[in-house]
Design a protein around this ligand. Structure first.
Ligand code: AMP
Length: 446
């Protein structure tokens, strides 16, 4: 399929050609027609699937075809996204795709002065890309109004929930006219998001690509059993070699990310950390250096890494295993993009064995253990058939701290589910892309 078969107009086709996009991705194929048609949409897709263009292209086209805003300078579309990085990336995409239209946009997010953002809005924008906190702030100061919004897009809804933004999101939605088009994107569909979707979407078209439980086939995965105390030594060992040219390294904590970056720099491995406590300008600088190949390692927390989009990233290294298996899938999805080969290396200490088991269960894959490494600890994997780990079990301190290598793992931990519900785990595994539409009378509204 081509973009012109999706009935996109020339100014947009021209921009896509210049971006080097030859054909639509599955989410674009599925989402563009209903969004152009004015339908609501529930999109189950993660970053890397091309979802930004899936909603931006038809949005730009609808606004372009509708002509100038009425009243003049009214904000006609709102895109709400959880992080500054994502907001900026969406802004960049809109700029690129809309370069031959007259649609104006701006991006607002916290952590920087509001004056330039407010000035942009005063001059008039058709599309506002925003993070929830700053948006509410500006709304509360009476500096912008959402009463002319015709299209509302909620991006990464599950992350909004994880980051505690869901109340802010609801407050924002309360200010948008009910007679609007709404698009909601989420990589996973926990119950809270299902509830939100059914309260804000009207007879949505449902599209789903790359279920979160299926890790990209191109990504080779390995797990390294290593005691917590030796994790940073192992990381240095791996990064000193030539095999890894550039790696995105994940740390569970901000402090951990800083410490890792510092230690790597000390031994001559160029590295920077990014996380929520760093100034926006510092984060952007680190990301730019990383994209320009000036850094061998970018060490990030999950939230800061959200939406990082580096096309030829060859390695993702998990220094800590995440306690949510979906997070693992998100993390490793940063590599193996755009047809490139990708590799995900994960360090696992004895306290993380339950997380590894949860990941293997979710992805329905066995991750091979790399034993040919100097810090190998002789753990045994927990059986996949066991129950789910509790949060209590997950936070058990390492029995190994400061001890020798090669202890056996603990077994027989209390195994009650402490995870948020995810009703998609089994049913969508490996199904690839598909297009399920909700039943009922669609499209009668517009
Ligand atoms: P996203 O999922 O929106 O974060 O997009 C992931 C990456 O895919 C971005 O670098 C986009 O520029 C790129 N991309 C999106 N759509 C296409 C397409 N149809 N062809 C090639 N690259 C694309």
């Amino acid at each position: 399929m081509t973009f012109s078969e999706l009935n996109l107009i020339d100014p947009i086709l021209q921009a896509l050609q210049e971006e080097g996009y030859t054909s639509p991705t599955p989410i674009q194929e599925q989402a563009i027609p209903p969004v152009l048609n004015g339908d609501d949409l529930l999109g189950c897709a993660q970053t890397g699937t091309g979802k930004t263009a899936a909603f931006s292209l038809p949005l730009l086209q609808r606004l372009h075809e509708a002509g100038p805003a009425h009243p003049a300078k009214a904000i006609r579309a709102l895109i709400l996204t959880p992080t500054r990085e994502l907001a900026l990336q969406i802004g960049d995409s809109i700029k690129a795709y809309g370069r031959y239209t007259k649609i104006r946009h701006t991006v607002v997010f916290g952590g920087v002065g509001q004056v330039p953002q407010v000035e942009q809005i005063r001059r008039g924008v058709d599309i506002l890309v925003a993070t929830p906190g700053r948006l509410l702030d500006l709304m509360n100061q009476g500096l912008l109004s959402l009463k002319h919004i015709e299209t509302f897009i909620l991006d990464e809804a599950d992350r909004m929930l994880d980051m505690g933004f869901i109340h802010d999101v609801r407050k924002v939605i309360a200010q948008i006219p009910a007679n609007r088009q709404t698009l909601l994107f989420s990589a996973t569909m926990p119950q809270e998001i299902q509830k939100l979707s059914s309260s804000i979407l009207r007879e949505p078209v449902y599209v789903e690509v790359t279920p979160v439980s299926s890790t990209a086939e191109k990504i080779a995965q390995k797990v390294f059993f290593v005691e917590k105390t030796y994790k940073r030594a192992l990381l240095k060992h791996l990064l000193k070699g030539d095999e890894i040219q550039r790696a995105l390294v994940f740390s569970r904590t901000k402090h951990g990310a800083d410490r890792i970056a510092k230690e790597l720099s000390k031994v001559g491995i160029s590295a920077q950390s990014i996380h929520g406590d760093k100034a926006q300008s510092t984060r952007v600088k680190a990301l730019t250096q990383f994209k320009n190949n000036e850094l061998k390692a970018l060490v990030a927390t999950d939230i800061a890494a959200r939406g990082i989009d580096v096309d030829d990233l060859t390695h993702v290294i998990n220094v800590d295993l995440p306690n949510e298996p979906e997070t693992y899938v998100h993390r490793i999805g940063r590599t193996g993009r755009a047809g490139a080969e990708g590799m995900a290396l994960s360090f696992c200490d004895d306290t993380e064995l339950p997380y590894l088991r949860d990941i293997e269960r979710l992805t329905k894959q066995t991750i091979p253990v790399e034993e040919e490494q100097p810090y190998h600890a002789d753990y045994q994997k927990l059986p996949i058939g066991g129950g789910k780990s509790t949060d209590k079990a997950r936070s058990t301190p390492s029995a190994n701290r400061g001890g020798g290598q090669g202890r056996s793992p603990r077994t027989g931990q209390s195994q009650n589910s402490g995870r948020r519900p995810d009703n998609r785990q089994a049913s969508t595994q490996g199904s690839g892309s598909n297009d399920r539409r909700s039943s009922g009378n669609r499209g009668g509204r517009r």
